[in-house]
Design a protein around this ligand. Structure first.
Ligand SMILES: Cc1cc2nc3c(=O)[nH]c(=O)nc-3n(C[C@H](O)[C@H](O)[C@H](O)COP(=O)(O)OP(=O)(O)OC[C@H]3O[C@@H](n4cnc5c(N)ncnc54)[C@H](O)[C@@H]3O)c2cc1C
Length: 356
């Protein structure tokens, strides 16, 4: 157990991916903190945890990928050493093109200097790849992986709990004084909200355009799908071992619930069947809710009126790649007041606050 002499300076609300990354960064800086989490909905646990440097819709590079990716790899690999488990699992991603235009865009970009580290040059094998229903050819993405999300969340929770950083409880706003940063009689330098989609109910930050975007995901069993790469078109089919695959995920805007729907199950099954010619048996069906933002950038920073209240949220659909670096930048902003990237800073929504 870690020796603690100081009173916790920061209170983190939520121990999903966001809260865990912020806590880890505070710990690295030798700063004491407490986390309060009720484990109600964990988008982070349901997530497939895929790390993909490309955005397939437009065949573009993901936002800030050159900076985000190396820090993410380092972060999960360091935790593997600390917690003695495997989280970061490299896996090749094979994109089956949806139409000719997509294939042409890929061929054009694969040799661009800033794209070539992430795109393998298409060869005959890719064009004629027969492991799936393939009309327009395929392209292989480089530097891809997935995180063993369940193991990561479980180990993080246990480590923070065993070292007395984490308490299992619900944060109740009635017990907080926003002006002084006091919660249950304890005064903090800051209270940091990492509530995931439940942030839409946060009475202090509800002026921000946070959305609840539900995602449903299946686990299927099949002996007929290759288990050495992730396949993608309309949905992804991710091999997770023992002839099991995750098939996902749906996107339902403004849907703050984790009910499982037949509609999503049928859709995902059909999408998987349109990608591979294989017998599949559904063994699990899960749902989670992503905290998303219309401008697709996270919501990070300080409340415009109550300077003791901070937020680290809106990680969206690519949280596993973004959170390691953004948490580092956020904690550096907390400790040294170094400015936040304008694209993530909630300052960009200050006008919405004043209007209310
Ligand atoms: C189906 C699906 C597939 C996904 N696939 C991927 C993927 O392949 N790659 C990727 O990078 N991302 C993926 N994501 C997105 C990723 O899961 C999110 O970006 C990320 O997990 C969000 O983390 P979070 O900590 O903000 O939210 P959460 O994981 O929801 O954590 C919030 C935590 O705060 C707690 N909490 C909230 N309010 C309170 C309160 N008042 N008191 C105490 N505790 C509270 C909750 O119980 C919860 O534990 C996927 C998401 C879904 C749903």
């Amino acid at each position: 157990m870690i020796e603690k002499n100081n009173k916790p300076k920061f209170l983190i609300v939520g121990a999903g991916l966001a809260g865990i990354c912020v806590a880890k960064r505070l710990h690295e800086n030798g700063i004491d903190f407490k986390i309060i989490d009720n484990g109600l909905n964990e988008s982070s646990r349901v997530a497939a945890g895929v790390i993909n440097p490309l955005v397939f819709r437009r065949t573009t590079k993901s936002w800030r990928v050159d900076e985000l990716l190396p820090i993410a790899v380092d972060f999960y690999q360091n935790l593997e050493e600390l917690w003695g488990n495997k989280y970061y699992e490299p896996i090749q991603i094979r994109r089956a093109f949806s139409h000719l235009q997509e294939r042409e865009t890929w061929i054009e970009r694969q040799n661009w200097e800033d794209y070539s580290p992430y795109m393998k040059t298409i060869d005959d094998l890719d064009t004629n790849f027969d492991g799936l229903k393939n009309t327009f050819g395929t392209g292989v993405v480089l530097q891809t992986a997935y995180i063993h999300t369940d193991a990561f969340l479980t180990d993080a929770r246990n480590w923070f709990k065993n070292n007395q950083f984490l308490i299992d409880a619900t944060f109740d706003f009635k017990e907080m004084d926003a002006q002084t940063g006091t919660f249950q009689g304890e005064k903090y330098d800051s209270i940091i909200f990492c509530e995931g989609y439940r942030g839409i109910e946060n009475p202090f930050f509800n002026y921000l355009p946070l959305e609840a975007t539900k995602g449903e995901i299946l686990t299927v069993e099949s002996t007929q799908i290759a288990d050495n790469e992730l396949l993608n078109r309309k949905c992804f089919i991710l091999p997770i071992g023992n002839k099991q695959f995750k098939v996902g995920a749906t996107y339902t805007w403004r849907s703050p619930n984790t009910e499982l729907t037949e509609e999503a199950k049928t859709l995902l099954f059909e999408q998987a069947n349109s990608l591979v010619d294989a017998e599949m048996k559904i063994v699990q069906h899960q749902a989670g809710v992503r905290p998303t933002v219309l401008d697709r950038r996270p919501l990070i920073g300080t409340h415009p009126k109550y300077s003791k209240l901070k937020i680290f949220n809106g990680l969206g659909a690519k949280g596993y790649m973004m959170a390691p670096l953004l948490s580092e930048e956020f904690v550096s902003n907390l400790v040294t007041e170094s400015p936040l990237d304008k694209e993530i800073d909630i300052e960009r929504y200050r006008k919405r606050y004043i209007q209310e």
